[in-house]
Design a protein around this ligand. Sequence first.
Ligand code: FAD
Length: 443
Amino acid sequence: HTAIVLFTRDLRVHDHPALAAACANAEQVVPLFVLDPHLQRLSANRARFLHQSLADLRETLRRLGGDLVIRTGDPVAEAIKLATEVGAEGIALSADVSGYARRRQQRLEQECEQHRISLRLFPGTTVVPPGEVRPGGGADHYKVFSPYYRAWESAKWRDEVATPARVVLPPEVSPGELPEAPAGESPAAAAGGETEGRRRLTTWLRHVGPYDDLHNDMPADGTSRLSAYLRFGCVSPLAVATAVRALDGPGPAAFVRQLGWRDFYYQVTAAFPAISTEAYRRAGDGEWRADPEALRHWQEGTTGVPVVDAGMRQLRAEGWMHNRARLITASFLTKHLGVDWRPGVRWFFRWLIDGDVPNNSGNWQWVAGTGNDTKPYRRFNPIRQAERFDPDGVYVRRYVPELASVPGKAVHQPWRLPDTVRSGLDYPGPLESHRDEAVWLRP
Ligand code: FAD
């Protein structure tokens, strides 16, 4: 018989449980991707990365004897239409957790039932599927990371599945055109695809050793930069975690823990799908100001606080930002400027190639103090953070060329430079803070 594999954010052939099962159980398999105009509109950076990943997946599937069938429109309607055309008996899909993905999944279930097509959901978007570990074995989700992580780490992870040797496409199916890759917005954005993702993983396995020491060091750039490939499933989270866990030492252990954070926010989102717009902890929410001018300076990277501006400019230049800079900039918007976290979520979501609902919103809520497992009164002093994690100012000078002539750590507080030097810099003075500025600008 014939089966359809509906690809969404699992753009790979290695360790792909849905594809492996379809190829094992059906004579003919239709790997399908439906370009959903709604999702394409959200971010030019992600749309571009997606197209590159699709082109790579298509090439790989062709090498396996098959193809990637491309359609445009509503994924549910297109999948059902194609299933009817080819007489497919089943559709296989990797399960996902965002509200949008879950609604799509539910609609697909209903349509499949009506058309007597069997729908099977598979793991593959996380290391441990959301809901597989639960506190006390009950029905609830984990709200605190540490106990989640202990359960996650000691859970039995599924075995990786093999890449299918051959994919047989029904001869009557026309593969459809993949449109030209749309222009992204960030000039230095990473290129998508399983081939590139796996190459980066191989390189990373040689560099993960000092991760524990380096992952907070902003100029060192000592993190994997695998996030976008994980986001689009160009690499399998389980395959990444398994490969790194096989290595010894604090670096690999610290890295696997970060993948645990990723899974943690997926199971939070599965339980609380409104995470992008509603405070997880309502009590911590609601005192935000609307300040369009401050928000605009933050977005443009012109707040006058160099480390904040460097982070915000890295975001736009690369479609990626160092985790430490994400913490500093998010804290600056919410805790210093007092601006609502939701516009912050949206701005990051527009630019980040790795932008996804669980990690973006989960981390924003953690910083804003509205999330689970959060300390509402925590705020990062940007100057102290900068002096600790960018001690010589290398990161700041890399992204804020107006300050390139200011040596060493003096670059973190240009307002302290002698007036004669200061007046020669084309760089704004610090934006008025909503909170007591004297406190947070103290070194
Ligand atoms: P590495 O340090 O190499 O980490 C490896 C992987 O672990 C990452 O690729 C990611 O999948 C996961 N990971 C690492 N840190 C976290 C974390 N704090 N929470 C969840 N997963 C983590 N990450 C996203 O993938 N998408 C987002 O939209 C996103 N938005 C964020 C927004 C804010 C305000 C903050 C503070 C963090 C956000 N993060 C997000 C988490 C983190 O910053 C990125 O995952 C990381 O910087 C990606 O770079 P990397 O792959 O080199 O990370």
